[in-house]
Design a protein around this ligand. Sequence first.
Ligand code: NAP
Ligand code: GCO
Length: 269
Amino acid sequence: MNYLNMFSLEGKNAWVTGASYGIGFNIAKAFAEAGIKNIVFNDINEELLQRGLANYKEAGIENVHGYVCDVTNEDQVKATVEKIHQEVGQIDILVNNAGIIKRIPMHEMKRSEFQQVIDIDLVGPFICASAVLPEMMERREGKIINICSMMSELGRETVSAYAAAKGGLKMLTRNICSEYGEYNIQCNGIGPGYIATPQTAPLRERQADGSRHPFDSFIVAKTPAGRWLNPEELGGPAVFLASKASDAVNGHILYVDGGILAYIGKQPK
Ligand code: NAP
Ligand code: GCO
């Protein structure tokens, strides 16, 4: 057996949701390096989509197809899947990456704000996975990767909706595995630690006096690696979970966190 070949994505098409930039974009880039035939991504409006397409062009990735589609809108998702079938081909790999966070103390959070996070981070993956499962079942082959979080396991102040959604996404991952494993469909999660992307930029902003944001120092101390991770570092794990190399891995959440979940924290000096 040639083990390196098992990681190849040659001949496959992948749809990475919300991948104009950030983690999704970097996963798409890694897929391109692993030989993927086509990358598909979506964003919520034409302007953002064009910005995403420009990012791919700049990275020298040519086999990219972008669609305007909100992952919370069932009709748009269905129409997008149909267009992908007509214009690109079958969907071999789905990465549920699109997500938002709202940092608001729970007792001050409006129901509508809580609901919006649940809709994008949990209901969106349900809608997108439901839309691709039938073709995967028919072919008896498919890979679904859900982007989970530290908050699939841990809580913290102000992120109640996000933690509820990402905890739910972990269990949705296990359930898709349970329900569709017999069709040779693997559904796994990636649980990124603290990654330097626009989503976490407010937590890394320099203070007025030029010192580090207290949350920035907190994360560095909380991570055995002693640093924030880069979105590129999710590429290898994503290629693994998208490829034949992981055909026997199902319902697993692969935490890519620099060791946060293993660590009790730095002892005070
Ligand atoms: P990001 O930089 O904010 O990117 C999120 C992407 O999702 C954006 O492209 C955004 O599009 C898109 N999106 C948001 N709502 C959408 C919707 N309704 N339909 C379609 N696309 C939508 O975030 P990121 O840090 O790369 O995070 C990507 C995923 O990883 C998220 O699920 C996030 O929760 C998760 N995650 C992030 C971290 C971290 O430390 N950064 C850690 C663990 C997990 P536009 O903004 O262009 O509209
Ligand atoms: C926060 C962060 C996190 C990360 C990530 C951790 O405010 O604590 O935004 O939730 O984005 O999901 O894995």
